[in-house]
Design a protein. Structure first.
Length: 342
């Protein structure tokens, strides 16, 4: 292939998702950009996923795990197999447009400061609504998910910087990913699932690169298809645990002391509110997430030293005005209402 058509490695993690692959892979086979390799990492599926892939898409690079290693580490294993100049992480509960890969690549071609991109993500059940236009950091430590579940609008059709891409559909330069590896991994292996893409994107920003919204690249996502089969308190434990852990590793010292204590205070408040609502297990899960971080603080601080000394190339002041948002109270009230019913 010509140098103008670099190899793209597409990594998909699967766990008993054969019914999703039956929609995802046929759509992926119709993409107009042909210099791609497919890498599917199967997390011990028992639904015939592996046999179906081998029968219908035999050229796929298949990594078969004997057990469910989680979303983060499975992606790590897929990344180790990738030969592409660009790495695309794609959920299995998705369908993509024919020019999806082509449009994802375009921002990289025009701006060398871009390290990663997120596509436009429509909801599979309502193609007039978006999953979210990335997410932004807030002074509370909780993320602002831009236009979460909202109607698509023309005003959103522009290339904007994001704090973090959505893990369901994001592409990175491989050379940038190499720069932000920690212990040889791009996703923290301690994150079974949730917040792993934010942790990665934060390091990309620290290395001096940007995350942007590639709005012309279109795909469709069955939002919540995976989490609906998981226990709610398990989801919240991992979400709260990983978010706290990521901030300890990645925030500059000033912002660490500014954001983290306030965030942990709000975590306690969240636990109390869940307790008042009778959601005792959710309250316990949040407190356990804080305790986990206390127990693993030494390991986290070692990772922090490496990130701050080896990966960080710019101070927080160079990009915080770009990635920070200050949504009103109504946003957080709606957000926690959604969290409480997951």
């Amino acid at each position: 292939m010509k140098r103008s058509s670099p190899l793209v490695s597409i990594i998909i993690v699967n766990w008993n998702g054969k019914h999703w692959l039956e929609g995802c892979l046929p759509s992926l086979s119709k993409v107009t950009y042909k210099n791609v390799e497919w890498i599917i990492v199967d997390n011990g599926s028992t639904d015939g996923s592996i046999e179906w892939i081998q029968k219908h898409y035999s050229k796929t690079v298949l990594v078969s795990n004997s057990e469910n290693l989680g979303f983060s580490h499975a992606n790590n294993l897929g990344y180790k197999e990738a030969k592409g100049e660009y790495i695309l992480f794609l959920n299995n509960d998705t369908k993509v447009a024919p020019d999806y890969v082509t449009e994802l690549l375009k921002p990289f071609e025009t701006d060398k400061t871009i390290g990663g991109v997120q596509s436009k993500i429509y909801l599979m059940d309502d193609s007039t609504r978006l999953d979210s236009v990335g997410a932004f950091l807030t002074p509370t430590g909780f993320l602002f998910h831009n236009n979460l579940g909202g109607k698509d609008k023309k005003v959103l059709d522009k290339e904007i910087d994001l704090y973090t891409a959505k893990g369901a559909s994001m592409m990175f330069r491989k050379d940038v990913l190499k720069k932000v590896e920690v212990d040889g991994w791009i996703f923290d292996p301690d994150y079974f699932a949730y917040f792993e893409e934010t942790d990665l994107c934060h390091r990309v920003w620290l290395s001096g690169y940007r995350i942007v919204y590639a709005y012309k690249a279109v795909m469709y996502h069955k939002m919540g298809a995976t989490s609906k089969n998981l226990i709610s308190e398990w989801v919240q434990f991992n979400s709260f645990k990983n978010r706290i852990n990521s901030y300890i590793k990645n925030l500059g010292l000033f912002n660490l002391f500014l954001i983290l204590p306030y965030h942990i205070f709000l975590c306690h408040v969240s636990a109390i509110l869940f307790l008042i609502k009778g959601k005792i297990r959710l309250a316990i899960a949040i407190e356990q997430s804080i305790w986990w971080n206390i127990q693993h603080l030494k390991k986290t601080l070692n990772a922090r030293r490496y990130i701050q000394n080896k990966i960080r190339a710019i101070p927080d002041t160079a990009f915080f005005s770009i990635i920070m948002r200050k949504p009103g109270l109504r946003y957080f009230m709606n957000f926690f209402r959604l969290v409480s019913i997951i």
